[in-house]
Design a protein around this ligand. Structure first.
Ligand SMILES: Cc1cc2nc3c(=O)[nH]c(=O)nc-3n(C[C@H](O)[C@H](O)[C@H](O)COP(=O)(O)O)c2cc1C
Length: 387
């Protein structure tokens, strides 16, 4: 007979070991339920929203997360702006603000990555706390205020990513912002193009973050026109000439939408990202954090953003590729945005609640939707509701 304490310890060791093995297996095999109901809630219990965000970026930077296990279905592949996208799902701006986690994000299975927003000079952003999870609403409110390592540091990382050929076939977008204390908005974006444009497969002019005073006024017709013309002129000096996209807010009047569409068509802006976070607070919000100042993302912006995609697709006569973003958490929601007029989609908040399986399952579901509707390729479904 073993002494009772030893037997107890052995039994305890077996249980802990078994539990550890079980968790590793569930994480490695990307069990969606395990992530949504156990792993992510556990992370949320022990880490506040910003610390969890930082930890996720570091985990990806060190390539600690399980990588892509299979190739994307050929029906998800398409060529836009002369770039080949292996699948239409990208990581939205704001996750990898400082271009640290590109290799990990690429291995995770995204079809494209957007880093930034990067500001010309480094800045620390707003005081903490500045990110809040709204569990009951499957949403997040953030008021980061463009915390950024600055263009110089981002350039160094992008250069390294390029040179070490870790880039593979991933499409890389660089999202540009402006410094809080800058007195010349146009100059801030111009230096972004000059410094980082050569590493970018596409450039994003972010004029829609709600956390930098006055930024969203750059969406006004005259100001947007001046900004776009200056940026496109600077872009034309680059050898790679990356397409320029404008990222817009979901809180626009009908006149704003028409004006933006006009500027985009007249200036030959190559794409739109629809949409950023909203400053609106729908009645439906239940979380204690609903009154926090900042941009709301996730489920509450899903339908607003899909409607705006639809409107912008029609206003730009389907001539300008749109990246649809806002509240997408599964393949059906991604497909809705594509049918509304998006050529590509991005996700962010859904990852906070569901982790990496969200992406894997989204791609799988998208393929099923395409087959069900008789499409051979995702490009055939773009704007389908308007046909
Ligand atoms: C914490 C956080 C930070 C963000 N930072 C940026 C940013 O720096 N630049 C930007 O263009 N969008 C930023 N966004 C907006 C997202 O890119 C995206 O447009 C928005 O969250 C809607 O998508 P989602 O509902 O899938 O999160 C941020 C979003 C979140 C949640």
């Amino acid at each position: 007979m073993k002494p009772p304490l030893k037997a107890l310890l052995e039994g305890f060791g077996l249980v802990v070991g078994g539990l550890g093995t079980f968790c590793c297996y569930e994480i490695y095999t990307e069990n969606q339920k395990f992530y949504a109901n156990c792993f992510m809630p556990l992370i949320h219990k022990v880490l506040d929203a910003e610390t969890a965000h930082k930890a996720a970026v570091k985990a990806l930077a060190w390539n600690l997360l399980p990588g892509r296990k299979h190739h994307d279905d050929p029906s998800l592949r398409q060529v836009i702006w002369n770039k080949e996208f292996q699948n239409p799902v990208g990581i939205a701006a704001g996750f990898d603000k400082d271009a640290e986690a590109m290799v990990g994000l690429s291995n995770m299975g995204f079809g494209f990555i957007e880093v930034g927003s990067v500001t010309p000079l480094p800045q620390i952003g707003n005081p903490k706390p500045r990110v809040f999870r709204l569990y009951e609403d499957k949403a997040v409110i953030n008021r980061y205020g463009f915390n950024s390592c600055g263009q110089e540091a981002a350039k160094h990382r992008l250069n390294k990513f390029d040179q070490h050929q870790c880039r593979g076939n991933i499409v890389l977008g660089v999202n540009l912002g402006k410094n809080k204390t800058s007195t010349d908005d146009v100059a801030d974006y111009i230096t972004g193009v000059r410094q980082l444009g050569k590493y970018a497969d596409y450039i994003v002019i972010n004029v829609s973050s709600p956390n930098t005073a006055g930024l969203r006024n750059l969406q006004q017709k005259k100001r947007l026109e001046t900004l776009c013309k200056a940026i496109l002129q600077e872009r034309d000096k680059l050898v790679n000439k990356p397409p320029v996209l404008v990222k817009i807010a979901p809180d626009l009047s009908d006149d704003d939408k028409q004006d933006i569409a006009k500027v985009v068509l007249e200036c030959n802006v190559e794409g739109l990202i629809v949409s950023n976070t909203t400053v609106r607070r729908p009645e439906s919000l239940r979380s204690v954090h609903k009154k926090e100042v900042g941009g709301l993302s996730g489920l509450p912006v899903r339908d607003v953003s899909t409607k705006l995609i639809s409107e912008m697709y029609q206003l730009t006569e389907g001539k300008v590729p749109i990246i649809g973003v806002g509240g997408i958490s599964n393949g059906t929601e991604a497909y809705e945005k594509i049918k509304a007029g998006a050529s590509l989609v991005q996700i962010y908040t859904a990852l906070v609640y569901g982790g990496p399986p969200v992406l894997t399952n989204m791609k799988k579901d998208l393929v099923e939707h395409l087959h069900k509707d008789g499409y051979e390729n995702i490009s055939q479904a773009i704007g389908a509701v308007h046909q």
